[in-house]
Design a protein around this ligand. Sequence first.
Ligand SMILES: Cc1cc2nc3c(=O)[nH]c(=O)nc-3n(C[C@H](O)[C@H](O)[C@H](O)COP(=O)(O)OP(=O)(O)OC[C@H]3O[C@@H](n4cnc5c(N)ncnc54)[C@H](O)[C@@H]3O)c2cc1C
Length: 368
Amino acid sequence: MSPLECDVLIIGGGIAGLSLASALAPFSSVVLVESEPTLGYHTSSRSARQLIPSYGPVPVLDLTRRTLDLLDGVQSSTGLPLTVPRSFVLVGTETGVDAQAGATMRRLTHAEALDLCPQLRPGAFAAAAIDTDCVGTDTDLLLEYHRRSASDDGVIILTGAPVTAARYDGATWSIRAGYRAITAEVVVDAAGAWADGVAGLCGVAPQGLVPLRRTAAIVAADDAPPVGSPMVAAADDSFYYRPDADGVLISPSESEPAEPGDAQPHPGDVERLIERLGAVTTLGITTVRRSWTGLRTQRESGVPVVGFDPGHPGFFWLAGQGGYGFQTSSGIAELATVLLTGADPADLGADPDRVGAAAAALRPVPVS
Ligand SMILES: Cc1cc2nc3c(=O)[nH]c(=O)nc-3n(C[C@H](O)[C@H](O)[C@H](O)COP(=O)(O)OP(=O)(O)OC[C@H]3O[C@@H](n4cnc5c(N)ncnc54)[C@H](O)[C@@H]3O)c2cc1C
């Protein structure tokens, strides 16, 4: 079989790879390869599905706002219900909430917080703040929208196709992905928890990316908040919960370093969380319907890494999205499209100053 030829090979079929594939398809010939038999199998099917414009370091806040705008545009043009309004309430001590709330969250009185989140026990928090610009997102629908839009624009998507070998001759990559040989001018590393490993395979130095475990569960509860209620998170990162169509989504908000892999909950993690939530809420959790763990992968700065590797002209990073992969997805795909094609941001409807600032903030930096 002769090699598949393309301008850009994207490695990884999660939200990062798929959103770039759909953004880039009108400009370049693109192939996307995914190790697993299904797209979005790893972290992208394991998130809390919330887009929070006040959450994250400054470049992330900006990319989140841009993503919300771009998703609004997609919703208007396609009618797809990609997002629903869902506020975010932060609770904790005065200093804890002050430290986390940033300038974009509005402080709530204790009574206001209890009114909005009546499942909280009054003694469980001293201070609260709210972000009302947040939305919940249907991540399955979003992934499928990008898959379809990319395919419609000619992107070839191969699943069950792990990249196992890569060679660069100074102008062209020769890649082995599953049983296929592929040639490409540029390789995009959107391999999530495996991104540093994929770089190594390509002879590129790592970015110091660390996969961090985070567990979540859907539970049934006697006093479940109705759909449309806010997501509630502890400022000390000890829990969050939000209403879900199947019950309540809960998480212990842990960030434990792990190896890349098919992460699973540790025995006892969900039980300890239920005990903790029993102390701070009246949720009255009765049954665990399902639980899972995903890997939020980030570099030390907590800022995603997007751009051509400084030591390799054919290697482009699209990794380190940490806990912000969905909320930054369209903004990052737009930025990556500008950097990969050299397009004028204004031609994409983007603000050149904003794109320039994001490119500088997210650029790959060699780790010593
Ligand atoms: C519990 C939890 C809650 C979260 N909540 C939110 C939230 O509310 N909002 C938000 O914005 N984000 C959230 N996140 C973070 C978000 O899910 C991630 O940032 C995002 O999914 C990362 O997407 P990705 O495409 O980079 O990685 P992935 O989805 O992991 O995709 C990478 C893909 O690359 C593939 N791959 C790896 N190596 C190879 C190879 N050699 N060849 C081919 N393919 C390869 C993998 O199989 C994988 O499918 C949460 C994460 C967790 C775990």
